[in-house]
Design a protein around this ligand. Structure first.
Ligand code: BGC
Length: 756
């Protein structure tokens, strides 16, 4: 009886909520009926506030007038509940139809509580943690009036010259897809209209990470087979996770810029994948189609709209030309209406029609932003993003009462902790490494010296310092800096050198053709090592680096990326052993730039190199082996993990069946630690050339000293599907190898066959 009542209530509620949903869509339709062509086009215009912000006004006079005239659909670059309220007032109270604005922002790795750069976060392989960081980012951003986020960036990147590799999850489609999904979930949760959630944007659609030669904004050309199997899955995963919007990329795809590419934005995204949100351009990417060679502003704007683009970021090509294109018959009003509908539906999903001031609660920033709890998560996330690249003689962890020389241009530095694309973070709130070490080990004797400049090259520094002082060239000469460092090191038992890239040495428009540590610091590292004292390098960067020289030195290397606002505390947690590092690389580190593009999922070729040795007429180089310096999935721990009993429960897999691959992992060291257990497969014979390894599963486990755990991976034929030459998503019968272990550089563990 009780049960029946409950179901009746549930049914009633379901009825009510679907009625409500229908109402809301009807509301959009009713609104569309009332809109003039100009007002419809106005909704497709996304702009930044212009001048004004500094003087207290929310937007410039010009932008204010545009909002009142109904010529603005969304704003980005404005924040603060009071300012957003003022902006909404202009739209809601002073424009004819009172349509609220969507308020966007780049909240890429945290809002004010800055988490590690995404490439670092991905190295945790911890999906729950990544989701939590996105949740906190949404909580903080919405407290500050933002309801639409230009994240996650899911571009697969296999070229560390490309500075934006920092913003994504590395080279692998499987891991990238899981992370894309976790981030969308974190930002949107189950309800975009909830107070603490915001709409996510998956970007940059598509293939931006494959820009030729790693040069930003460069052309991309790739086969559909590669695209579908290796580059598109993370965008699709975000769409499948219900992402609210998609941002186009700057590059071309099959000779047509993504922003005007109908195949990409309509045939693939909407028809094949069923995406029902809205598509925004990237910053002026509509206008940039002129430089791409696609025609004048009117032509490229019409091309973009026809292709399936709904919103024009900043460039105002839509605003200034679409009406004329309708009038002269290049476009129909119906095409404009379709785009407008999608933008209005997004505003509905965010609950803005119900309450335009939903994200303008002035009591929220103080309690929701940079709370102790949020900073705690930033500290935890940073520690988990670090990757122990190399261990030398158990130097790490350090004793909390050690005598330490802390050296390096990044050791006592606030300006470079946040990393690229942290426009909402405040570098001055970050904890430098020196401060963090003092916090965590108050009894340690720590002396500090800068030791070198990040770079001695003034011209280079000027290019890097566009958003503020990142590379500060000392008044002291490089020789004096070095001498001070060596003096400081004299009394120490151990040297910790914090070296690497400044924040803006990676990120947008920050490609490098030389990805070594700058010479000034290389020299410092060599000299410190020559003292004979134990040396730990805490290496900061936004990309895989070529550290071939440093790998050969007697040093331990901890990769700390750009760790975010809690940098120093997190580094100290790991260096002093309060947290045992557990990160693993999500992008391969090359031996030199000549090996790039480099990634683990390569194909065998017809002439594979059998060993590390050069062989004439094999696919290899005269001067360097094919293997990377550090493989995808690599990362050490203060303890040692042993793999045993790797097996499969059946050597035959049938359609709709499964096989279970298992391995026992033992913590053979003295302290507790976490291991990321990885499973790869290799399809031995198939209709298109297979990669030598494909990641198919991973599990992060924690083991006390001496403890063991058996990890199981269930594999079905669905997990072994790929896009064949006809782009059908299939599995093919035949033999597969599998590999279980601690990185992608592992030997075969066994085989099985798919039988139909
Ligand atoms: C970047 C995007 C970003 C946009 C808005 C562009 O330059 O490519 O990733 O979301 O600016 O700030």
């Amino acid at each position: 009886m009780k049960r029946i009542n409950v179901s009746v209530i549930i049914l009633l509620l379901m009825g009510l909520s679907s009625l409500h949903a229908q109402d809301r869509i009807q509301e959009v339709e009713d609104l569309l009926e009332k809109m003039t062509l100009e007002e419809k086009i106005g909704q497709l215009n996304l702009i930044t506030p212009g001048g004004g912000v500094a003087t207290g006004a929310v937007v410039s006079e010009d932008v204010e007038a545009k909002i009142k005239e109904g010529n603005v659909g969304g704003l980005f670059g404005a924040s603060g509940p009071d300012k957003i309220r003022q902006a909404q007032d202009l739209a809601v109270k002073e424009s004819r139809l009172g349509i609220p604005l969507i308020i966007g922002s780049d909240v890429i790795h945290g809002y004010k509580t800055t988490f590690p750069i995404p490439l670092g976060l991905s190295s945790s392989w911890d999906l729950d943690l990544i989701e939590q960081t996105a949740q906190v980012a949404a909580k903080e951003a919405t407290a500050d009036g933002i309801n639409w986020n230009f994240s996650p960036m899911v571009d697969i990147a296999r070229d560390p010259r490309w500075g934006r590799i920092a913003e994504g999850a590395g080279e692998d489609a499987f891991l990238g897809s899981k992370i894309a999904e976790a981030m969308v979930k974190g930002y949107q949760q189950d309800d975009m209209s909830a107070e603490h959630t915001m709409m996510a944007t998956v970007k940059h659609m598509a293939l931006y990470g494959a820009s030729e030669a790693g040069r930003d904004y460069n052309s991309v050309d790739m086969s559909k087979i590669r695209m579908y199997n290796e580059y598109l899955p993370p965008y699709k995963a975000a769409v499948d996770a219900g992402v609210g919007s998609v941002m186009t990329s700057f590059n071309d795809v099959f000779g047509v810029p993504a922003t005007g590419n109908k195949w990409l934005l309509t045939d693939l995204l909407r028809e094949e994948w069923g995406f029902d949100g809205f598509v925004t351009s990237d910053y002026t990417s509509v206008n940039e189609m002129i430089a791409h060679g696609m025609g004048d502003l009117k032509a490229v704007s019409a091309l973009a709209l026809k292709a399936g683009l709904d919103m024009d970021m900043v460039g105002e090509g839509f605003l200034t030309t679409l009406k004329e294109s309708v009038e002269d018959g290049t476009l129909t009003e119906e095409q404009i209406t379709t785009a407008t509908r999608r933008v209005l539906e997004a505003k509905h999903k965010l609950g803005l029609f119900e309450d335009p001031y939903r994200y303008s609660d002035e009591s929220r920033p103080e309690k929701d932003i940079l709370s102790e709890e949020n900073r705690e998560l930033a500290r935890k996330a940073a520690a988990r993003s670090f990757v122990l690249l190399k261990k030398h003689e158990n130097t790490l962890p350090l004793a909390k009462d050690a005598k330490i020389a802390l050296i390096g241009p990044l050791a006592d530095n606030k300006n470079n902790m946040l990393g690229t694309w942290a426009p909402t973070g405040d570098p001055q709130l970050s904890i430098p490494i020196l401060e963090g070490m003092k916090n965590v080990a108050p009894n340690a004797e720590i002396s500090y010296a800068k030791g070198s400049n990040i770079s001695d090259d003034k011209d280079f520094a000027e290019k890097v310092n566009v958003f503020g002082s990142r590379i500060e060239i000392s008044e002291e000469s490089p020789e004096e800096l070095l001498e001070e460092a060596l003096e400081t090191a004299e009394d120490a038992e151990v040297i910790v050198a914090v070296v690497g890239e400044a924040t803006e040495m990676s990120g947008e428009s920050a490609s490098r053709t030389d990805i070594t540590i700058p010479d000034s610091q290389k020299k410092l590292i060599r000299e410190l090592t020559a003292t004979g004292k134990p040396v730990v390098l805490a290496l900061m960067s936004g990309r895989p680096l070529d550290i071939s020289e440093e790998m050969d030195l007697p040093v331990s290397i901890l990769q700390i990326w750009h760790p975010g606002v809690e940098a120093g505390n997190a580094v100290a947690d790991v260096i002093f052993g309060d947290y045992n590092p557990s990160g693993k690389l999500t992008a391969t580190w090359p031996r030199n730039v000549g090996q790039i593009p480099i990634y683990y999922g390569v194909k065998n070729t017809g002439r594979p190199q059998a060993t590390e040795e050069f062989e004439k007429f094999k696919s290899n180089y005269l001067d360097v082996s094919n293997s990377p310096l550090l493989p995808f999935g690599h990362g050490l721990s203060y303890t040692e993990f042993e793999y045993s009993d790797i097996k499969i429960d059946s050597e035959t897999l049938i359609e709709d069946g499964e096989v279970i691959i298992s391995a026992t992992i033992t913590n053979a060291g003295d302290i507790a630690g976490e291991e990321i257990v990885q499973l790869y497969t290799h399809d031995k014979v198939r209709s298109i050339t297979p990669p030598l390894k494909e990641l198919k599963g991973f599990e992060k486990i924690k083991l006390e000293s001496g403890a063991s755990k058996t990890v199981e991976f269930i594999i079905t034929t669905d997990d072994l599907k790929f896009y064949n030459a006809d782009l059908e998503y299939v599995f093919e019968p035949g033999e597969f190898d599998f590999f279980v272990g601690a990185s992608s550089a592992i030997e075969k563990s066994g085989s099985f066959s798919i039988k139909k």
